[in-house]
Design a protein around this ligand. Sequence first.
Ligand code: PMP
Length: 341
Amino acid sequence: MWSDSLLDTIGNTPLVRFQTLGADLPCTLLAKVEFFNPGGSVKDRIAVAMIEDAEAKGLLRPGGTIVEGTSGNTGAGLAIAGIAKGYRCIFTTTDKQSPEKVDVLRALGAEVVVCPTNVAPDDPRSYYSVAERLSNEIPGAFYPNQYDHPANAEAHYRTTGPELWDQTDGRITHFVCGAGTGGTISGTTRFLKEKNPDLKTVGVDPYGSVYHAYFHTGEFKESEIYPYATEGVGEDILAGNMDFEIVDDYVQVDDGTSMRMTRRLAREEGMFVGQSCGMAVAGALDWLDAHRDELTEDDIVVVLLPDSGFRYLSKTYNDEWMRRNGFLQEPAALTLDGVLA
Ligand code: PMP
């Protein structure tokens, strides 16, 4: 039994029950573990979908170049697909992303331009602007623009949603998910609500992103936008793939809480996952606790965990980085080094 291409192994990721986290809740709490994808994240699903859409429309031809702005995970998916299909890949990213993500993209043969994080999206130096400019300058370049490309949310409508429906025998009642481009939360929810209009979707946002306030007020509040550490989730723009209408509630989690929950997932569940996973789980546990009275043992809650802990070894899983950023509150662990000194 073998796969003809690595691309054929994308999707059909496991759904796993949490062993200790949320054990006091009346419902069943499950994790959709997306690091099982070959590029290590949920974004493999959309990378292939956007490329195949471009091929079908003649926007990407043999030998062409893919130019995209990415926090790292979409880039890994595009790079793997680029290798399989023979495209050059150029990515713009921000200096906020962990060095491991840039290393992964370069390991996969992509060229990476690192741009400043704290500039306005329409600033010519922003990673959005640089991606757009390069795609205009390079002959034969295709700029997927995952923020607005309909194939993004559609890939989740076609794959993530049906997988969750089948894996729970149609019994999923709640879906909890962070959002960057919004493709995952919007596409998955659209499918699930077509099957069960009573399903509830809860979005989780980092403090510093504009989504939470926009959901609750309908206003784009510049005052809500400020730098934060959690990677891959939240935005300072309203992405075209983000459908606020089908989300039922939105909660916010601060960086420190997200980072510490990420580490708990590794230590207590053996789930070595990324920062946005900790954020989503912390948000889910908060929301479920606040709605405890409405939950029953028939409720099945799925939290989507987008990527792997390997991308955050120098950050969330590094005590020094955690302490420097004020995210680690407990005293330094006693190490053998300390004993021998
Ligand atoms: N978590 C991580 C680590 C990501 O890289 C992304 C994609 N930016 C997301 C969550 C959010 O996924 P989406 O873009 O589908 O909203």
